[in-house]
Design a protein around this ligand. Structure first.
Ligand SMILES: *Cc1c(COP(=O)(O)O)cnc(C)c1O
Length: 221
């Protein structure tokens, strides 16, 4: 199986309303290009430096897809990040959102990252409805930022069933925020599910999955 076949097979198996973001960390421009030529629409990078190498190497092909920041957005690299990314999935503090807002020259879509497992090693807002809602509301007041979704990783054990309660929690927060019908706030995207867990995530309401290994093969660091 090659990258194109892996991508198309999964694309055909999952519901149409679910977007696939290919997590391209450690992959070469050639590998990413193969995926884009197979129909990939969205590519995620964890490190700004990698995006800055891969995107120019792809030339015009890079313009066919949306580029997602799915790693930590460092404050001192925001200007550079704005040049290469179309959207940021990993905002979890108002301070970082303000910094992004200040530097953005056009509206940038963002998602709020929730640390659903409350893990010390992970970034994200605590999985507390009030905390997430308050951040979403505050961020919605920033003119260059458009809060369009929530993102979560959840603890990773390799068994997707272990992830289910965390996905369920993120979905509950997502729904509850939308049900409030707050002015200017409508979350469209719930980004959760990776190679081991995307089916479970879709069952629990994800409409954006982030896939690396199942499409590109195992990573060799
Ligand atoms: C690497 C990564 C993924 C994809 O992981 P796989 O297990 O390779 O599918 C998804 N989301 C984020 C934030 C990642 O860093």
């Amino acid at each position: 199986m090659n990258i194109a076949e892996n991508y198309q097979k999964i694309r055909n198996q999952i519901p149409e309303h679910v977007t696939i973001v290919l997590a391209a960390k450690t992959r070469t421009p050639e590998e990413v290009k193969e995926a884009i030529c197979a129909g990939a629409t969205d590519i995620g990078e964890n490190y700004l430096q990698e995006a800055e190498q891969v995107i120019p190497a792809l030339g015009k092909t890079a313009e066919k897809v949306r580029w997602h920041m799915i790693g930590d957005l460092q404050k001192n690299k925001i200007n550079r990040a704005l040049k290469v990314f179309d959207l940021v999935q990993t905002l979890s503090s108002f301070e970082r959102a303000e910094a992004l807002n200040q530097r953005a020259e056009k509206i940038i879509p963002v998602y709020v990252e929730i640390n659903t497992g409350c893990e010390e090693t992970k970034k994200g807002v605590d999985p507390d409805f009030e905390k997430v809602k308050d951040l979403v509301v505050k961020m919605a007041g920033l003119e260059n930022i458009s809060v369009e979704g929530l993102m979560t990783m959840g603890p990773m054990t390799g068994d997707p069933e272990d992830s289910r309660p965390y996905f369920r929690k993120a979905k509950a927060i997502f729904d509850k925020i939308n049900e409030l019908d707050l002015p200017g706030i409508s979350l469209r995207t719930l980004s959760m599910g990776m190679s081991d867990s995307y089916w479970t995530a879709i069952e629990e309401g994800s409409n954006m999955i982030r896939l690396g290994r199942v499409v590109f093969g195992d990573r060799s660091y």
